[in-house]
Write a new protein. Sequence first.
Length: 204
Amino acid sequence: MSDTGMSEMGANEDLQTGEVLAEVGPRLRRIRKERGATLAGLSEVTGISVSTLSRLESGLRKPSLELLLPIARAHQVALDELVGAPPVSDPRVRSKAIVQHGRTYWPLTRQPGGLQAFKVLEPVRRMEPDPRTHEGYEWLYVLSGRLRLVLGEHDVVLGPGEAAEFDTRVPHWFGSTGEGPVEFLSLFGPQGERMHVRARPSRS
């Protein structure tokens, strides 16, 4: 990024900070009045002088952590409520179901490319395995039902809580056992990315 771009970014951040600080005073006054407190009463509880509290509420005194912490405790509110921190964006992934060849997929990742995650529902049906190969690496985890996996010379059935991972260059196929529907998670790395699981080592 150019020096000009960095300067503009810094200026925007300074502007945003200034706007947040400018809103602290009115917010302090509103919260105090909602609780029916006076400046004198708040001063007695916090140990902050009446003049300092008044200057804070009028915006003539720059708010600091040293001043805001005792006020937050006195009002029994979170510090974020005094500062007006922006709310955290909704972390939920809202995706539309995709039906392909009778199988329903719910994408669980937002970004294109790289490792992709899906929740998959395979309906009850009997199909003849048709193993195929392609670049990539896949990880499967069964949520409910039973999933048949044909991988190379192996023909296995995975139940709830069981997982499998494999190089998709090995001939493979997975689907319903014909006994009932199966719901599972699929993580697929088109460039051969593998899923890395971190676990705390067991104590001997």
